[in-house]
Design a protein around this ligand. Structure first.
Ligand SMILES: [Zn+2]
Ligand SMILES: [Zn+2]
Length: 309
């Protein structure tokens, strides 16, 4: 009995020791593999870093051109029903050309695919995600590159998409001239005092208003300067650039709004002049100064937002 139990203890201890040794071996092997792959990764990162950095700049420029091409399209009267898809298509075409240039410049084989085109946290920027794979000699890499492009300086597509090129709306001097296009739209939608919006104007080019926080629009001279320069403002209720291309006056993304300025002696209540209200929300407002032909027609919540109470 004694010998047996001693034998059991020896067998048991040996088994535990072997198991422990086995686990240690697995751990060591895994660690070595991990360190090796890390090294390869960082080595190829270093080798390809300057190419990837160069490529990011290229996405920023080509991305913006791809958005501008979609904008050109709607200004020619061709609808864009899916702006993300349209811009993706434009960008992939441009990047394919660029890949050839890069291949010659860096002696590398590059392939790219635009994964997504989305409104970023800021309405002034569109976020691109592009998958880039490359091979040079025996080294390979694959990365998802994220890069923003600005929409500042591009034309606001919403009014032309919403009212169509046939409505008589004109663009010159960086300004939308509505003529009778907007009052006809208001008449069709049974909105109050469509006559007030005859000959209304609005900024054409996306420019970020520097008077931030917006409550400063109530300070002397600020609103006049904002209207003269034709600034756009951030707004949770206004639509983003990508949705504007599709003619959406409102969207789930954080977007912007712009004032549509009336030039009329009429003093009655009409639709409030923020563009998301005119094209989507349709609630009323009144002139800030009833005797001023160029006064904005504004509701209470927008008056509060801009300090115009
Ligand atoms: Zn402003
Ligand atoms: Zn949107």
């Amino acid at each position: 009995m004694k010998i047996d139990s001693k034998g059991n203890i020896i067998v048991g201890t040996t088994a535990i020791l072997i198991l422990a040794l086995f686990l240690v071996c697995i751990f060591v092997i895994t660690t070595i593999n991990y360190i090796e792959s890390e090294n390869i990764d960082s080595k190829s990162n270093d080798n390809f870093k300057y190419i990837i950095d160069d490529y990011k700049k290229n996405i920023e420029i080509s991305g913006r051109q791809s958005i501008a091409e979609a904008t050109d399209k709607v200004f020619k009267g061709i609808p864009v029903s899916n702006s993300e898809k349209e811009i993706k298509k434009n960008l992939d075409k441009k990047l394919n050309e660029k890949n050839k240039e890069f291949s010659e410049k860096y002696n590398i084989n590059l392939q790219s695919e635009t994964i997504s085109v989305k409104t970023s946290d800021s309405p002034w920027k569109i976020l691109f995600k592009v998958k880039l794979t490359g091979q040079k000699d025996n080294e390979k890499f694959s990365r998802i590159i994220e890069q923003n492009s600005s929409v500042e300086g591009l034309r606001d597509p919403l009014p032309i998409v919403k009212l169509t090129v046939l409505s008589g709306i004109l663009t010159y001097d960086d300004t939308y001239h509505y003529g009778t296009a907007l009052s006809k739209y208001m008449l069709l939608n049974n909105l109050k005092s469509p006559e007030s919006y005859i000959e209304a104007t609005a900024p054409l080019i996306i420019k970020k208003c520097p008077y931030d926080p917006y409550i400063h629009h109530g300070d002397p001279g600020v609103l006049d300067d904002c209207l003269n320069k034709g600034y756009f403002h951030e707004s949770a209720d206004g639509s983003c650039y990508l949705c504007r291309l599709e003619g959406e006056g409102k969207c789930p993304h954080y977007g912007f709004e712009v004032f549509i300025q009336t030039h009329t002696p009429l003093k009655e209540e009409s639709i409030s002049c923020s563009d998301h209200v005119v094209f989507n929300d349709h609630y009323t407002g009144e002139k800030i100064d009833p005797d001023d032909w160029n006064s904005l027609i504004l509701d209470n919540s927008h008056r509060k937002k801009y300090g115009l109470v």
